[in-house]
Design a protein. Structure first.
Ligand code: AMP
Length: 450
């Protein structure tokens, strides 16, 4: 769970990278960084914290250059430390290599061990450094060849942007687990990013997805595309369920339309008599609107969100997670009192959010609370970059729907069916990774199973 961006331009890119990273802030709030090539060498600025807090006019002066990459981090592999923030920069063979990565490699431990045995030292504890080390190791004058040799070794999820001299390079794993898009402006400025929002905001046309297995090189001659091997797509369906922005269109699926259709479908699959439909904002909102429209039950705002709160999900203890949910969402008594409420959320993972919200909505006077979830039960961990805990902490891996209903204190509980959710994509089901729901892992995660 991270966001990446790269820009190749004829003018300074530092502020554009900054604004682009801002629009990707939802993909990671722990650390952020920008690296540019100033015509002679790389300049890197990064640190813990939000994009807005990490950069100011002084940093923009330092980061002056026409080609650059940026990263927002949410720790999935490697702890939350400053030394693990990205982009990473390496010096090798009289060259500088800078790289930013979204996704999780499933074989980074064994590659790292092998490289350490060859005498290589690592500066971070993240899988990304393995990618950087391999590219530098394999580089013998042709950067695309070095990337291909690297792709032959690494397995799992990777959407990567890289700076090499005056070139912007990007590559995506053959399964295309995590998103990556490219756009070009009429002036020939090229932007590559995890979602379409930064491309639209900074201003490019001809936006398209970087294809699974594709390697892109941008230099003064324009965009050059190459492929490592054939495309075997397995796009992460959880991007549309929860992670991506509501305005994201990734690999042919728009998340707003998807979430809204899931709500409509769930309303047919699990109808209930109620007075109001409310959403757990923000990712639950389109689903709740779809449920309301299809069922004819009015939509209302019943939970007020604190927009200044970060993630509640990654707090270390259950007590802290509960307090964070309270801070983040507060029930609106005047709407809920004496009403039968349908609450729509995008997912249940540990069950913390639903349990806490239902208890507080009832305290605020709700007569009945019917929970409707616009994704199937999350039963398996993700090894490709979404932060889902181990099976012992996943409520649906350990309890039936009826047991979960009882634990979270709902009057009724229903999840959308797998077919219902897949139908909402409008695409063939075999192009999606659904491993968090069904445990079918397209790339064997053996090394990571503890
Ligand atoms: P939980 O409280 O553990 O059941 O998590 C479910 C809530 O967290 C839902 O409201 C989701 O919107 C949100 N959520 C789901 N998956 C994630 C994730 N990987 N990271 C952060 N939040 C998530």
């Amino acid at each position: 769970m991270c966001g990446v961006i790269g820009i190749h331009s004829q003018s300074d890119v530092s502020k554009k990278l900054f604004y682009g990273l801002n629009s990707l802030q939802h993909r990671g709030q722990e650390a952020s960084g920008i690296c540019v090539y100033d015509g002679e060498s790389m300049v890197l600025e990064k640190g813990m914290g939000l994009v807005y807090d990490n950069f100011d006019d002084e940093s923009f002066l330092k980061l002056s250059g026409n080609i650059g990459i940026g990263h927002v981090r949410y720790a999935t592999a490697g702890g939350s430390h400053e030394y693990n923030s990205q982009p990473l920069l390496a010096f090798s063979k009289n060259k500088e290599f800078a790289l930013a990565h979204n996704g999780n490699l499933v074989n980074h431990k064994s590659i790292r061990k092998e490289l350490e045995e060859e005498g290589m030292l690592f500066q971070t504890s993240i899988d990304t450094e393995v990618i950087l080390s391999l590219v530098a190791k394999f580089y013998e004058g042709d950067i695309i060849e070095a990337v291909k040799k690297t792709m032959a070794r690494i397995k799992g999820a990777y959407s990567v942007v890289m700076l090499f001299e005056d070139k912007l390079v990007a590559f995506r794993d053959p399964n295309g687990f995590r998103p990556l898009l490219i756009g070009e402006s009429q002036k020939g400025e090229v932007i590559i990013a995890s979602e379409n929002a930064p491309l639209e905001i900074i201003g490019t046309d001809k936006i398209r997805d970087v294809k699974p297995s594709e390697i892109i090189l941008v230099d003064e001659n324009g965009i050059h595309s190459d492929f490592y091997e054939k495309d075997n797509r397995e796009h992460c369906i959880f991007e549309y369920v929860y992670f991506a922005r509501t305005d994201a269109t990734l690999d042919g699926v728009n998340s707003y339309n998807f979430r809204r259709r899931c709500g409509e479908i769930l309303s047919k699959e699990a109808p209930v008599e109620a007075d109001l439909v409310i959403a757990v904002p923000d990712s639950g909102t389109p689903g709740a609107m779809g449920y309301a429209q299809e069922s004819g039950i009015p939509f209302a705002e019943g939970l007020v969100k604190n927009r200044y709160m970060g993630r509640t999900f990654i707090k270390p203890t259950p007590e802290e997670r509960e307090l964070s949910v309270k801070l983040k969402l507060n029930p609106l008594e005047t709407v809920l009192k004496d009403k039968r409420i349908v609450v729509v959320d995008d997912s249940i993972v540990r069950g913390t959010t639903s349990k806490n919200l239902i208890m507080r909505m009832k305290k605020a006077g709700a007569k009945e609370v019917h929970m409707r979830i616009v994704s199937p039960p999350v039963k398996y961990p993700c090894f490709y970059g979404i932060d889902t805990p181990s099976r012992k902490n996943l409520i649906a891996a350990n309890y039936s729907v009826e047991e979960i209903r009882e634990k979270i204190g709902a009057d009724s509980l229903a999840f959308i069916s797998m077919d219902g959710m897949l139908g909402a994509t409008g695409l063939k089901e075999d192009v999606f990774c659904k491993s968090c729901f069904n445990g079918n892992y397209a790339v064997e995660p053996k090394e990571l199973i503890v």
